[in-house]
Design a binder for this molecule. Structure first.
Ligand SMILES: NC(=O)c1ccc[n+]([C@@H]2O[C@H](COP(=O)([O-])OP(=O)(O)OC[C@H]3O[C@@H](n4cnc5c(N)ncnc54)[C@H](O)[C@@H]3O)[C@@H](O)[C@H]2O)c1
Length: 308
């Protein structure tokens, strides 16, 4: 079975280790900042695997899967002989450039090199390495152990064959990749997400509703459809004649909302404080780890419903 390296053992790196070990690969996990970061990640990974097992999302014995993941003492050791490397270090272009130089110096020339970056363009940190045709962005949604989407995006120098091979690899590992045709800041998911958040800040900032109301509009409204259908398919089902008929009837309203949206809204520090206080009253900051575990259980339940 091919070997995989996960470089960076934070939130995303740990969850990737779960994805690859669950798919049967041997995984070497390394965090360049300190060995103890990797050491601390291993028990967390074991708990994640137990959680997946308890909700029926992992058929295998969690301890067997955890046994495929080992801590590596250096990048050189981690990437030795690997088929795939997944980088998940801090979102900083200089750090990623440096880390990719080190990875490329030690990984086999045939290894596929992927970055989990949320919003950096691969052309900023993947094109200086030897054989840049094997390097690309593979942006997950946190945590990838629970959420299957991966956004694959080449750097401009990535080869079509490597992109195709990455898509097949992620599919075989149980993920649901899409491939972007060209680079754009934030890829697709974060552009959609933060456009919505920007307008939500405008609505709260101008006093149309509270931050809690915005959260409820999503959980009690939009998300109930969006868990099964994307926004285009929702529109398609909302008119007897499909998407074209929907646009014929409601196109002017859609345009008006788009033109009115204040995605450039300048929120203030006071506003951030007020929203923080409002959400913290519902979800105290010291309960966040517990709420993260709750969120992850709910994500798994939602995925089960999606299988119907
Ligand atoms: N958290 C998310 O929601 C999310 C989602 C998708 C993608 N990402 C991306 O994944 C990557 C990792 O994010 P995360 O949420 O796991 O962050 P994190 O802070 O949990 O982990 C980042 C890791 O980088 C390491 N690090 C810090 N400085 C470093 C350096 N100079 N050299 C090497 N390693 C260093 C840290 O030790 C840490 O373990 C980022 O590029 C981020 O944009 C994050």
């Amino acid at each position: 079975m091919a070997k995989i390296a996960c470089i960076g053992a934070g939130l995303v790196g740990r969850a990737w280790a779960v994805v690859f070990a669950r798919a049967g690969f041997d995984v070497a996990l390394h965090d360049r900042v300190a060995d103890e970061v990797t050491a601390r990640a291993l028990p967390t990974i074991a708990r994640m695997l137990e959680g997946l097992h308890a909700t029926g999302m992992l058929a295998e014995d969690p301890a067997t899967v955890a046994g495929r993941i080992r801590a590596a003492a250096s990048i050189a050791e981690a990437v030795d002989g690997v088929a795939h490397m997944q980088e998940s270090v801090r979102e900083d272009v200089a750090i990623k450039r440096e880390v990719f130089s080190e990875i490329a110096a030690h990984a086999p020339a045939t290894a596929r090199l992927c970055s989990s970056t949320s919003a950096l363009r691969g052309s900023e940190f993947l094109t200086h390495i030897p054989a840049p045709e094997r390097a690309m962005v593979a942006h997950p949604v946190n945590p990838p152990s629970h959420i299957p989407l991966v956004e694959i995006c080449g750097s401009g120098l990535t080869s079509g064959e490597q992109i195709d091979a990455a898509k097949t690899f992620f599919e075989e590992a149980g993920m649901r990749p899409i491939v972007l045709n060209k680079e754009i800041d934030g890829f697709i998911l974060n552009r959609l997400q933060y456009t919505l958040v920007a307008e939500a800040l405008h609505l709260v900032g101008e006093g149309y509703c509270s931050a809690s109301d915005i959260d409820r509009v999503m959980t009690d409204g939009l998300a109930l459809r969006w868990a099964s259908l994307g926004p285009f398919a929702v529109a398609h089902l909302n008119a007897a004649g499909g998407f074209r008929a929907f646009v014929e009837q409601l196109g002017p309203m859609m345009r008006r909302m788009g033109e009115d949206a204040r995605t450039d809204y300048k929120w203030t520090d006071e506003m951030v404080e007020a929203i923080h206080a409002e959400i913290s009253a519902r979800i105290p900051v010291d309960s966040i780890p517990e709420r993260q575990a709750w969120r992850d259980r709910r994500i798994l339940k939602t995925r089960k419903l999606q299988e119907d």
